[in-house]
Design a protein around this ligand. Sequence first.
Ligand SMILES: [Fe+2]
Length: 168
Amino acid sequence: MKSEECFSEFNFESSIIKNFVEMFKKTDIRMREGFKTHPIDKKYWDKEPLLSKINQQFQIQKCGIIYMEPYTCYDWHTDVDRGVCINWLIEHKNSFTVFGKNKDDLNLDVIRVPYESNRFFLFNNQIPHSVTNFEGNRYLFTLVFDRKKDDLSYEEVYTWCKSEGLFV
Ligand SMILES: [Fe+2]
């Protein structure tokens, strides 16, 4: 399994949203669509250089922060709606995001997302993945594109971003 098929690291860190994270964490984190989330208003994310650029090519429907409790795990899945998204691990202590492909009946080949860099990552939501959070709160920035999985693939966004020189 190649890492570029699963995720790609942008050459961008947050320059705007990071200033409001503490405020977002304190207000209105609640269950939405099965996850504890906080929506981020367009007035914030549209000032983020990477997101405003990408939004001109692939319209962003919404952005938000997802909270994950300590000692919990998102089971292996592919996303119901999203073919591709952009993530940034805002805060965590000890968590693992892993992509996997079946090797045989019992084993998977796995690859871990190196979120430690603090940069935004393009994320392939249609390759099976799982998240395990050990001690500490985990806050992840994520987004939803207007175009859903049948219409917008990781490969399409990857190819455009690569041609624009947006990756490290
Ligand atoms: Fe997912």
